[in-house]
Design a binder for this molecule. Structure first.
Ligand code: 5AD
Length: 350
């Protein structure tokens, strides 16, 4: 391992920041030995902030309809092969109830940008979940909305919002997200969310089509400035019915390396070992935790819908990915030296 790249990791651990050039050098010069050194430090930093607790969030995929046409995503509007579903309010409330009884204290309502979930429907739904479960955190992950909408949902009782910035480079963003989507609009949503008092999650895909080390350097720099409460990253995985079907998947190796880097840059952030990581390989989530992650998001969606929420091919959704497997998950985590935490698990980022 060259002493120069090692010095970059030292600097990252000490100062929690690198310049874009330094990021690019570190990412380009990474080796397996350097990665192991990074992961050991990332675990120490995570343990100092959060101990060995792993926070779980119950993920409810409320709609697979989407008005957007992101080139990589399996539920893009143009994918005529996608099977579409939309949960009813009663089904969503029932998922929360099931999750609550399994011990979950955070619900994440995630979905495509579906016009059927306008504020007039969503705000009362959020209020009903809030009333039914005053001790739970309500997280929304429903894409770009107006500031007024985010405000109304916040007032209805939503605490957190997940919106990945996807890629920090405007041209790269444009190459993956057809108009009217834009990098500027995405960032302005993220700033609105923070301003309105949400705990915010952002993130990006690793190995998305056309991504270079320079782009990843920009992703790290933008996240440093945003200082989100949570950062979700996972490998890009091609979906056969999208224009990116032939693009190679992001690698486990680079995804884990970026996770370790994120932990050193943002010691107090919540970092999920994502479903995409678990889809690449069955050990993905364990390796993610050992690279510095501390959150898992098991799937609470009705089992019969899970196959339809198909962002990428082979998406893991049952077994330990499913919320019903929580007892098995707890045992699995313990065997890895972690402790399952079901409480709200608020981020230490302020
Ligand atoms: N591979 C991996 N992740 C994907 N996402 C969408 N499509 C894919 C894919 N093909 C991610 C995006 C989005 C999140 C919900 O899923 O980053 O923000």
């Amino acid at each position: 391992m060259s002493s120069q790249t090692r010095a970059l990791i030292d600097k990252l651990e000490r100062q929690h920041e690198l310049s874009p050039d330094e990021w690019e050098r570190l990412i380009s010069a990474r080796t397996p030995a350097l990665a192991n050194e990074l992961f050991a430090r990332a675990r120490r930093v995570r343990d100092a902030a959060y101990g060995r607790d792993v926070f779980v969030r119950g993920l409810i995929e409320i709609s697979s309809y989407c008005k957007n046409d992101c080139l990589y995503c399996g539920i893009r509007r143009s994918n005529r092969e996608a099977s579409r579903y939309r949960l009813t309010d009663e089904e969503i409330l029932a998922c929360c109830e099931t999750g609550y009884n399994l011990g979950f204290r955070t619900f994440v309502l995630q979905g495509g940008e579906d016009g059927a979930f306008g504020d007039e429907r969503l705000a009362p739904l959020v209020s009903r979940i809030r009333e039914a479960h005053p001790d739970c955190a309500i997280t929304l992950s429903l894409g770009e909305r107006s500031r007024a909408s985010y405000k109304r949902l916040r007032e209805a009782g939503a605490d957190r919002y997940l919106l990945r910035h996807e890629t920090a480079d405007a041209a790269h963003y444009a190459s993956l997200h057809p108009a009217p989507l834009s990098h500027e609009a995405r960032l302005s949503c993220l700033h609105d969310l923070r301003d309105l008092g949400y705990q915010v999650g952002s993130g990006f895909m690793v190995g998305s089509p056309g991504q270079t080390a320079r782009h990843l350097a920009a992703d790290m720099t933008i996240l440093k400035g945003l200082n989100p409460h949570m950062v979700g990253i996972g490998p890009f995985i091609p979906h056969r019915h999208t224009p990116c079907a032939e693009s190679p998947a992001g690698t486990l190796e680079l995804s884990l390396f970026m996770l370790g880097c994120l932990r050193l840059m943002l010691p107090h952030a919540l970092l999920p070992a994502t479903t995409a990581l678990g889809t690449l390989t069955p050990e993905g989530r364990h390796l993610g935790l050992d690279a510095g992650a501390n959150v898992l998001m098991p799937n609470l969606s009705p089992i019969e819908c899970r196959g339809a929420y198909n962002l990428y091919d082979g998406k893991a959704s049952t077994g330990l990915e499913g919320a019903e497997g929580i007892a098995g998950l707890k045992a699995q985590l313990e065997s890895w030296g972690y402790r399952l935490k079901v409480d709200r698990g608020d981020s230490l980022v302020r």
